[in-house]
Structure formats: structure tokens, C-alpha cells
Design a binder for this molecule. Sequence first.
Ligand SMILES: [Zn+2]
Ligand SMILES: [Zn+2]
Length: 137
Amino acid sequence: MAFSGHCMCGAVAWTYSGDITRNLVCHCTDCQRATSSPFTAFLGMRPEQLRWTGDITHYESSPETFRGFCPACGTRLYFRSARWPTEIHVHAATLSEPGQYRPDAQVLTRSRAEWLDQLQSIPAHEGFQQPPSAARP
Ligand SMILES: [Zn+2]
Ligand SMILES: [Zn+2]
């Protein structure tokens, strides 16, 4: 399978040709903090089959665990850990076609944001939310 992706500003792009080693949503507290989001989704890839263009900055978020991001726009790009030495976990949200993405597992659900259970019952707007005054007749 072939995949491609890029950061928000386009300074960093990637292409991958190979098997997806894992495809999951991570609810861990580190991912919540690192991505400023209630959860994130990853595609596991073989590092030797993944090609990057552009400059990437990374930091060690925990021992022997690195998180990469675009220094120009801040988009999170990957997670890599000595715990999974033959894989790099690329943020699925950077896919060229993120609308096609479907995860097949969730991990670290013990720290899953509880309010996610209420999403279906929270008022939803296809565009931006209307000011409350405009919503009244
Ligand atoms: Zn960028
Ligand atoms: Zn995580």
C-alpha cells in the first residue's frame, strides 16, 4: 500500500510504501498533552520505507521516546520509541486524504476523555456555531 501526507503548512511531507504495522487511536495522557487534543490516531510504518522531505524537529517526551513536529507550523508528525524499534508511528491526521482514515483499535482507554461518551448528545453544527442570540427566534 502507498500513503502520503503533510503538515498543515506543507513544509514537511512524507510518502510511505509498505505494510501498516498498526492502526490505532491512542488515549494516553502523553498523547493528550503532546497533541493538545483528547486523543490522537497513529499509523505504524516501517522506518526504512518511509520518506520525509522538509525539516523536522523532535524532542524526547519520555526516555528513548521521541515526538517529531514541523518547526514552521507545529503539526505533530510522528512518535517513535525504543519500545517499538522497528516501527515509526505517524499521526494519521497528516494523511493527504484524512477523510478516508479508519482506525481499527483503541489503546490506553483507561485515560480516555470521559466526555467523548457524550459527543452524540452535544449540539453539533456543520459550520461554525451561531451566536446564542442569533439562534433564538
Ligand atoms: Zn508545517
Ligand atoms: Zn499515546
